[in-house]
Design a protein around this ligand. Sequence first.
Ligand SMILES: [Zn+2]
Length: 124
Amino acid sequence: MIRRELVQRALAGEVIGDGREQISALTKEVEALRSSLEACVFQYGFVIHGLLTSGGMSCLEDAMEVLGMDDPCPAPMELVCDVPDCGDPATCGWPSGKTYRHTCGHHYHKPRKAKNRDRAAGED
Ligand SMILES: [Zn+2]
């Protein structure tokens, strides 16, 4: 039986067998929902001074509460500019030597090839 059907039947109060398979399906469903909520908080939350906050948006406040997150809480490092002590949101990703940088717009450095291309197009 597919997970979706096990979950729906459990939510309707129907226990199949000893219920273990349904508990497993429900656990996986909860994990998937938590992961989805976390992705929403990370995508739509606000990063300010290295902290992640709902910004007063009630849907994000609810999501953060369900996830057990403080509001504000320390932002995951992938959401914050990688320049030490910056704390602004990482809005730019760009290759730098052998690494890949995640920085705010202020600390973004346009890759050299793009600069040359822009000059050739008459921009700069
Ligand atoms: Zn920065």
